[in-house]
Design a protein around this ligand. Structure first.
Ligand code: SAM
Length: 292
C-alpha cells in the first residue's frame, strides 16, 4: 500500500479576505481535494485567490456518509484540506468529527494556525485573557441552557459564547439571570466593514439592543465570576435609601441564597452579592454577621 495522505485543517478568513496565511493558500493550492462546509462560500475565496483545487462538501448533514469517504481517499494517498465557512475548522462546526475519524484511521492531521472568532473577540475585549473558557453556542432549549449556566456560574474564567443575531437579546437576558449583571463585550462583524466592540454590563447591552436590533455575526465575551471589576453603583440595584439595616441584611441574604442555588460556593456568593449591591465584600460580611 502507498503512502497515506494528510488531512490539513485550514483556517479561512472570518470576514476580511486578506486574513489568510501564505501557508494556507499554498496548501489549498497543493492538496488533491478541499472538503468545505459550504462549497458556495468557499468557492468565492478560491476564485479570489485563483485556486482551482476540486471541492467537495462536508457538513453537519452529510458528515456521517461523507466522513468515511474522505478517510478512504486519505488512505488512498490523497491530501485533503478541511475548511469551514469561516475561521478555524473544528471550532463550532463538524470539523472535529472528521479529525476524530482521521486519528482513528492513523491519518496524519496537520493544523494550520489562522483566524478564529473566539480569539479575536477575547483579545480585543479588554477582559482578562489569563484564563478563559470557550463555550461555543449555548443550548437552545431553556432548561438545558439554564443548567449549563448554573455550571458556569462559579467559573472565574472569562467566558466566550458564539450567538446568532436573532437570539442575542434572549441570550443576554439568560446570561444576566443565570450569572448576574456582569461586564460583557459584544464583538460584532469582526474584520468586516462594520466591526464593532460594544462594551457594558449585561443590563446595559440588553437595553441598548432593545432600542436597536443587532445585526451581523457576533461573539459574547463575559467576565468570570468574582472578576476584579468594580461596576459603578448605577449599574447595580444598590440599596434603597429607605431600607433599614434588617431589611438590607435580608436583601443581602436573599441574593446570596439565590447565588448558592445557581452553583456558587458560599464565599463566591458573598462576593458576587456584594458586587451586585455595589459594596465591598467586607461590608457585606459585616452586615451578614451583624446580630441586630
Ligand atoms: N469556525 C469558526 C471560528 O473559527 O470562529 C466559527 C464558526 S461558528 C458556526 C460561527 C459563529 O462564529 C458565528 O455565529 C459568530 O458567533 C462567530 N463569528 C464568525 N465570524 C465572526 C465575525 N466576523 N465577527 C463576529 N463573530 C463571528
Amino acid at each position: 500500500m502507498g503512502k497515506e495522505g494528510t488531512l490539513y485543517l485550514c483556517p479561512t478568513p472570518i470576514g476580511n479576505l486578506e486574513d489568510i496565511t501564505l501557508r494556507a493558500l499554498k496548501i489549498l493550492k497543493e492538496v488533491d481535494l478541499i472538503a468545505a462546509e459550504d462549497t458556495r462560500v468557499t468557492i468565492k475565496l478560491l476564485n479570489h485567490y485563483e485556486i482551482k483545487t476540486p471541492l467537495v462538501s462536508y457538513h453537519e448533514h452529510n458528515k456521517r456518509g461523507q466522513g468515511p469517504k474522505l478517510i478512504g481517499l486519505l488512505q488512498e494517498g490523497k491530501n485533503i484540506a478541511l475548511v469551514s465557512d469561516a475561521g478555524t475548522p473544528g471550532i463550532s462546526d463538524p470539523g472535529q468529527d472528521l479529525v476524530k475519524l482521521a486519528i482513528e484511521a492513523g491519518i496524519e492531521v496537520v493544523p494550520l494556525p489562522g483566524a478564529a472568532a473566539v480569539i479575536s473577540a477575547l483579545v480585543a475585549s479588554g477582559l482578562s485573557t489569563e484564563r478563559f473558557a470557550f463555550e461555543g453556542f449555548l443550548p437552545k432549549k431553556a432548561g438545558e441552557r439554564d443548567k449549563r449556566l448554573a455550571e458556569l456560574a462559579p467559573d472565574p474564567r472569562t467566558l466566550i459564547f458564539y450567538e446568532a443575531p436573532h437570539r442575542i437579546t434572549k441570550t443576554l437576558k439568560a446570561l444576566k439571570d443565570g450569572l448576574g449583571n456582569r461586564k460583557a463585550v459584544i464583538a460584532r462583524e469582526m474584520t468586516k466593514l462594520h466591526e464593532e466592540f460594544i462594551r457594558g454590563t449585561l443590563e446595559e447591552l440588553i437595553q441598548k439592543f432593545a432600542e436597536t436590533a443587532p445585526k451581523g455575526e457576533m461573539v459574547i465575551v463575559l467576565e468570570g465570576a468574582g472578576a476584579d471589576s468594580k461596576p459603578g453603583k448605577e449599574n447595580s440595584p444598590g440599596w434603597d435609601p429607605e431600607l433599614s439595616a434588617i431589611e438590607r441584611k435580608s436583601k443581602l441574604e436573599s441574593i446570596i441564597e439565590d447565588k448558592i442555588r445557581k452553583g456558587f460556593s458560599k464565599n463566591q456568593a458573598l462576593r458576587e452579592a456584594a458586587k451586585e449591591l455595589g459594596i465591598s465584600r467586607n461590608e457585606a460580611y459585616e452586615l451578614l454577621i451583624n446580630k441586630s
